[in-house]
Ligand binder design. Structure first.
Ligand code: NDP
Ligand code: GDR
Length: 361
């Protein structure tokens, strides 16, 4: 039975990948961070009681900023495959916490690669690095592919650029089977609530049921190539099943703006919106003239990535990989999940209980 170790197992991709690998018969180990509240909501459905005689899903406390914890875990698990999905993954937050972002996102992968070397696992342990389309940043070629030059536009992207190259270097220098998946944006109902897609689906669903009145967003003109996380984790696994380690772009090849994402969600929720103004003045009003969506410049980034569009031909041709979920299906799945959650919260509130503040109202 193969053993996999996933960093970032409590995150969106970690949850989908853990489920995927368990279904393939792997023994799956995940690294979670110590937190004062439970932080395992995304993996509760696959959680196994550690008292089970032979658990297939095992969690370990650790942190990408703490090499000794990483070395201990890698030594104990002796994984066949490591998937490094852990990161401070929010681009805007990286402008506020640049040093921590570099520590976790750039030095984190270095620490894991060093753990492989220190423990003499170069020939045994394969390594996947969660690289990002943010590497392309200020794009000068569209669509972007494996040979497109990088121009990172945030502390997050600069940290991920170090990670990308240290993976290439350890592959060439020490013969470690290590590769980069250059993944374009991928979303799901598990997406963190502060990324734009989830912020929109959750916000509009709550507006629909009367739990909030408006939603504030930043740059509505930004364009992204949005896929489904469930499709993309399969690719992460496929990349480690090849004869030789290589880097691949993973994308849908289709692009939409943030404004188009809002419009699609509004249609699905039957919210009628009319748009007024432009730039930081832009608003979307309902038929009664109330503001539903408004631009708030606080969500503008010091340096923005205006447009990303991926060309995943190499993955299609060499790995036989194609995404299966369309943009419309992705948006629908997210809207439906958030509408259900909003309806549940509204019901709870109607019955006199504020689920968010957990107190009688
Ligand atoms: P999430 O933000 O949902 O998950 C990040 C995970 O990393 C969480 O489990 C988080 O733990 C963990 N983590 C954060 N800091 C540390 C740390 N210092 N030590 C250990 N674990 C840590 O991200 P996604 O699942 O969306 O993305 C997975 C990876 O792919 C990330 O590296 C991201 O940068 C990259 N990526 C994502 C893309 C996307 O569109 N989703 C596209 C391209 C790349 P906790 O739950 O405790 O916060
Ligand atoms: P991104 O995702 O920066 O592409 O990084 P995010 O959803 O945060 O932003 C996408 C675009 O939407 C614009 N935007 C807003 N973004 C947020 N978060 N909140 C808003 O209110 C808002 N309004 C407009 C942004 O300016 C941006 O242009 C994600 C992360 O998952 C990274 O970890 C990953 O590497 C990349 O995708 C690929």
């Amino acid at each position: 039975m193969k053993k996999a170790l996933i960093t970032g197992v409590t995150g969106q991709d970690g949850a989908y990948l853990a489920e995927f690998l368990l279904a393939k018969g792997y023994e799956v180990h995940g690294i979670k961070r110590r937190s004062s509240l439970f932080n395992t909501a995304r993996i509760d459905h696959i959680y196994e009681d550690p008292h089970n005689p032979q658990p297939k899903f095992i969690l370990h406390y650790g942190d990408l900023t703490d090499s000794s914890s990483l070395i201990h875990i890698v030594q104990k698990v002796q994984p066949d495959e490591i998937y490094n999905l852990g990161a401070q993954s929010h681009v805007q937050v990286s402008f506020e916490q640049p040093e921590y972002t570099a520590d976790a996102d750039a030095l984190g992968p270095l620490r894991l690669l060093e753990a492989i070397r220190i423990l003499g696992l170069e020939k045994k342990t394969k390594f996947y690095q969660a690289s990002s389309s943010e590497l392309y940043g200020l794009v000068r070629e569209s669509p972007q592919h494996e040979e497109t030059p990088f121009y990172p536009r945030s502390p997050y992207a600069v940290a991920k650029m170090y990670a990308y190259w240290i993976v290439v270097n350890y592959r060439e220098a020490y013969g470690i089977y290590a590769c980069n998946g250059i993944l374009f944006n991928h979303e799901s109902p598990f997406r963190g609530e502060t990324f734009v897609t989830r912020k929109i689906t959750r916000g509009l669903a709550r507006i629909k049921v009367g739990l909030q009145t408006s939603l504030f967003l930043g740059n509505l003109d930004a364009k992204r190539d949005w896929g489904h996380a469930r499709d993309y984790v399969e690719m992460q696994w496929l990349m480690l099943q090849q004869d030789t380690p290589r880097d691949f772009v993973i994308a849908t090849g289709k692009q939409y703006s943030v404004r188009e994402f809002v419009k699609r969600c509004a249609e699905l929720l039957d919210l009628e919106l009319s748009w007024q103004g432009s730039g930081s003045e832009e608003k979307a009003l309902d038929p009664f003239g109330s503001v539903v969506v408004a631009v708030d410049p606080r969500y503008f980034r010091p340096t923005e990535v205006d447009t990303l569009l991926g060309d995943a031909s190499k993955a299609r041709e060499e790995l036989g990989w194609t995404p299966t979920t369309s943009f419309d299906e992705l948006v629908r799945e997210m809207v439906e999940a958030d509408l259900k959650a909003a309806q549940r919260d509204a019901l709870v509130r109607r019955h006199g209980f504020d689920a968010y503040n957990v107190r009688e109202t």
